[in-house]
Design a protein around this ligand. Structure first.
Ligand SMILES: Cc1cc2nc3c(=O)[nH]c(=O)nc-3n(C[C@H](O)[C@H](O)[C@H](O)COP(=O)(O)O)c2cc1C
Length: 209
């Protein structure tokens, strides 16, 4: 299927059936997410694959999204609320070792990152980190659809509750997004056969000649 057909096929599933997504497909979706672009390349978020039923049930109690418990897999995206000198140093170390170059060659890049990222407040960094997580979510949605795996992106959950359930604060993280993976229940999902609704391209795009 070409990409436009794949994107037309996908929709934010409301009702999943009981079929499980294979671990091979889940790990391919996660690999695609890990290949997402992120500002400076620092990937300032982490992904939690939540298979624990109790945690999913607790989270679903305060959400309008039954997909939290009904989907085959539940991924949570959590963004760092601070960017530390150590995290920048780790990125530089990784870049140097992956590319087989001395760390000293990356000194200018490291200084630029420290200048731009360390001067911000935690709130500013959290907002910036969250934006990177949203880009990752977008990649995940496309990757899932490409494998004919259904997915629902979700902001509709109690982020503070999930932070508590996963002890995210202690790790300097705050949850921002969920992605449910599974297979649509085409008979029970009211959205399954509805036309996709999008603005006309002419409204969305402004040509600047
Ligand atoms: C960031 C984000 C948060 C969303 N949160 C929810 C949600 O909590 N529950 C839900 O059922 N759908 C959620 N959606 C799905 C949107 O409603 C859906 O993507 C939109 O209506 C476009 O339809 P489509 O994705 O089915 O083509 C979310 C989508 C995005 C991108």
């Amino acid at each position: 299927m070409d990409l436009i057909n794949v994107l037309n096929w996908r929709y934010a599933v409301k009702k999943f059936n009981k079929e499980k997504v294979s671990e091979k497909n889940v790990s391919q979706i996660i690999s695609a997410i890990s290949l997402s672009a992120s500002s400076t390349g620092i990937q300032p978020y982490r992904i939690f694959v939540i298979s624990n039923k109790d945690i999913r049930q607790e989270l679903a109690k305060e959400s309008f999204n039954p997909q939290i418990t009904e989907a085959s897999h539940l991924l949570a995206f959590a963004a760092f609320d601070s960017v530390t000198k150590e995290r920048i140093a780790n990125l530089i170390q990784l870049m140097a070792s992956e590319r087989g170059i001395p760390e000293d060659n990356l000194e200018d890049y490291k200084n630029t990152l420290e200048f731009h990222l360390l001067g911000r407040t935690n709130e500013e960094n959290f907002i910036w980190s969250s934006k990177q997580a949203y880009i990752a979510l977008g990649t995940g949605l496309i990757a899932a659809a490409n494998l004919k795996v259904d997915a629902t992106p979700m902001e509709g959950f109690n982020t503070e509750k999930l932070d508590d359930l996963l002890n995210l604060k202690e790790q300097g993280l705050r949850s921002v997004l969920l992605m449910a993976l599974g297979y649509r229940d085409a008979e029970k999902d009211f959205l399954a056969n509805q036309k996709k609704v999008r603005l006309p391209i002419s409204d969305l795009v402004v040509e600047i000649g």
